[in-house]
Ligand binder design. Structure first.
Ligand code: SF4
Length: 330
């Protein structure tokens, strides 16, 4: 069985952008691939090192988000990054194979540094793509389902792996070079019209939101600002709500656009339809969430078992890597 590595930083609850960008693919692929889901608490430190309480609590939040959307703990390996020592070791070895300039020019690093207001980047933040290369390779993943913004990290990881295999492989591929798997909706805009829905941007609908919270958030979503009255013809191309209809209510999308353009639907009714579509997606997740939230010991056991398995596999990989690099006593 080919292997998948994917996951999330533990910096808060996941939202519907994560769902359409990656989680729904994880669920769809879990039968066909040996799926490893990382709870990336070490990488969470790159931006949230001053908030250890949030990172710690988010380990459960993110685990439950993954389980509640339909990932089956009997099929997948859900593990905590900090428990897998191999990832830290591989990060150190790989860090020799990448230049500081290459990391500085990584588009995702540049965008996120700006987003978090980092002028002087920490060593750990700059090295995030190296750490991701270690995530993907400790278990020799073949496929990495990601959102669009993570593609530069995968390209960087592939460069590191190629360099490693060329230098130390003696003609063989010791480390598997993974390929990315991009969702049909790699990026969901925020409710405020921002180009991206983000945990830290205050513009997200969370997978854990109640029906009422979803309704309220969609009520406040940015629409075509030129449409003042219900009699005004709207432009769905510049409306956040229409973009959400396209993703969460695709069968009605064309009709909604037409009705908006000829002013035969008002924004209130249009938003109500969207709320119904989003809530009908989230409703089955809410049932599973309620179960896992009241069985936290079970979630803990799933993470512990997964972390043990990941550790064993990672230790084998590190031995192969060290042997190839001649890091051993002879
Ligand atoms: Fe947007 Fe719908 Fe209003 Fe048109 S009718 S502007 S698509 S909310």
């Amino acid at each position: 069985m080919k292997r998948i590595l994917t996951g999330d930083r533990t910096t808060g609850k996941l939202h519907i952008g994560h769902y359409v960008g990656s989680l729904q693919n994880r669920v769809a692929l879990q039968d066909a691939y040996d799926t490893f889901i990382i709870l990336a608490d070490v990488q969470a430190l790159t931006t949230h090192f001053e908030n250890p309480g949030l990172i710690n609590e988010s380990i459960y939040d993110v685990a439950i988000d993954n389980l509640s959307v339909g990932l089956d703990p009997n099929k997948i390996t859900l593990f905590q990054q900090s428990r897998v020592k191999a990832i830290a070791e591989l990060t150190i070895f790989y860090s020799m194979l990448v230049s500081v300039n290459a990391l500085r020019h990584n588009p995702t690093i540049k965008t996120e540094a700006k987003q978090y207001g980092f002028d002087d980047l920490s060593y750990g933040f700059l090295g995030y793509p190296v750490s991701q290369a270690a995530d993907m390779t400790f278990c020799n993943a073949d496929l990495v389902p990601v959102g669009e913004d993570q593609v530069p990290h995968i390209e960087q990881a592939r460069k590191i792996i190629r360099r490693f295999n060329t230098l130390y492989g003696k003609g063989e591929s010791i480390i598997t070079e993974p390929r990315e798997f991009i969702s049909n909706t790699p990026r969901l805009i925020g409710l405020d019209g921002n180009s991206k829905m983000g945990k830290s941007l205050g513009n997200a609908i969370y997978l854990s939101d109640t029906k009422e919270a979803v309704n309220q958030k969609i009520k406040l979503a940015v629409t075509d600002k030129n449409r003042i009255s219900i009699k005004d013809k709207g432009n769905p191309d510049i409306c956040t709500v229409s973009k959400y209809h396209q993703v969460f209510n695709p069968s009605s999308y064309n009709d909604i656009c037409e009705m908006c353009k000829n002013a035969s639907i008002g924004c209130v009714a249009c938003k109500k339809q969207l709320s119904q579509a989003v809530n009908s997606l989230l409703e089955p997740f809410r049932e599973k969430r309620a179960y896992y939230e009241s069985h936290r010991d079970e979630v803990r056991a799933i993470i512990e078992t997964g972390s043990e398995k990941a550790n064993q596999i990672g230790n084998e990989t590190v031995e192969q890597v060290k042997s190839a690099m001649s890091i051993q006593l002879i």
